[in-house]
Write a protein that binds this ligand. Structure first.
Ligand SMILES: [Zn+2]
Length: 362
């Protein structure tokens, strides 16, 4: 009797173990491969389920084809009000390394906050708002077949007089819209849309940023390719008030990137290091007062271009992670560490002054 009970228990234990292993295998997500939109959406749900105390999701808009634009919010709970860091990937459909980077970034942050006191500290002060794929319709289309792999734009239809599909989302924001580096031809890769924010995806980002403009410290938007860190503005005649600091922070990020695998990233405004443009999300973020706003153009410099092989996903993400972390750490420390240091200094000075005054009156 006891023997058969033990045997049943053993079988049950083994079955449970098998299911657990199966579960693990099912969720052993491969970060060294490109993933479809469905896989990425599933991955987002898994992150939320596996890290319920740190990860939640927010739907903040819909694409033209009515997909839910979703971001992951990552942060530790705090009794003090928190500041925000924005990151979006996949605004251009064919730049597949960008969504891969957003996923890598989330994995690294979640994998290190329990053991790395600096990440823990930052997650207590800051919440990360990360959109792995912004141009979801375009991304799905770029996965359709070989003829659509290099699709860049959204999937909204043209007009009566111009029947091509798609608007360049990164020319559609209300930031010097239509002024430079755009096309009014709807068949062009850089067609800026019928009007500013004609695209629901650009409208969704605009609404989110505008509602939170006073709390967002940093805006990072991830593209490929070219190995560049771009600062505002795309228009050659407009300069950000904190351009020198943006340049300094960008150069430090490029140094952090180089330290990982020796890759060179160039830092500067688009007119200086790429080409002038207008209507970008990066420029919009800076225009509404978000102090730090950068575009990353990841690997490579043109050898494979948008078709970056999968064996470069890992090294590209490793180096860009250090670059992004360098920027975020600077911004965090400027707001919290240095702010705390100066408030301690101010307190010390007031004590000194009080002692001096009381001595003087005696
Ligand atoms: Zn791009």
């Amino acid at each position: 009797m006891l023997g058969s009970v033990l045997a049943v228990l053993l079988i049950l234990t083994l079955q449970t173990h098998d299911r657990a292993v199966e579960g693990l295998e099912q969720w052993a997500y491969d970060y060294t491969k490109y993933h479809t939109m469905d896989e990425i959406s599933e991955w987002m749900k898994t992150m939320e389920r596996d890290y319920p105390d740190v990860v939640s999701s927010i739907i903040y808009g819909n694409t033209y084809e009515k997909r839910n634009i979703t971001l992951l919010k990552i942060g530790l709970s705090s009794t003090d009000p928190k500041k925000m860091i924005w990151m979006d990937c996949g605004i251009h459909a064919r730049e597949w390394i960008a969504p891969a980077f957003c996923q890598h970034f989330v994995k690294e942050i979640l994998g290190s906050y329990k053991t790395d006191p600096k990440i823990d500290e930052m997650l207590r002060h800051l919440d990360f708002y990360i959109t792995p794929v912004l141009n979801m319709d375009g991304y799905v289309y770029s996965w359709k077949d070989n003829t659509t792999r290099l699709w860049r734009k959204t999937r909204s239809p043209g007009t009566d007089t111009c029947t091509c599909f798609g608007t360049d989302l990164n020319r559609n924001f209300y930031a010097n819209w239509g002024m430079v580096g755009i096309s009014r031809n709807c068949c062009s890769e850089i067609y800026n849309g019928l009007s500013p924010l004609s695209e629901p995806e650009a409208q969704a980002v605009t609404d989110f940023l505008s509602a939170n403009r006073d709390n967002i410290l940093c805006f990072l938007t991830i593209h490929s390719y070219g190995q560049l860190i771009l600062l505002p503005y795309g228009h050659p005649n407009i300069t950000a008030p904190n351009q020198d600091e943006l340049m300094k922070v960008g150069l430090a990020a490029a140094e952090a990137i180089k330290a990982v695998h020796g890759m060179d990233y160039t830092v500067g405004t688009p007119p200086k290091v790429l080409y002038p443009n207008s209507g970008s999300s990066r420029d919009f973020a800076r225009l509404i007062g978000i102090p730090f706003s950068f575009t990353f153009e990841l690997r490579d410099k043109g050898q494979y271009g948008f078709l970056l092989p999968e064996d470069q996903i890992q090294p590209t993400c490793e180096e860009a992670y250090q670059g992004a972390l360098s920027i975020i750490t600077y911004i965090h420390d400027k707001s919290y560490v240095r702010a705390a240091a100066s408030s301690i200094a101010a307190t010390l000075w007031s004590i000194v002054l009080a002692v001096w005054l009381s001595c003087a009156t005696v």
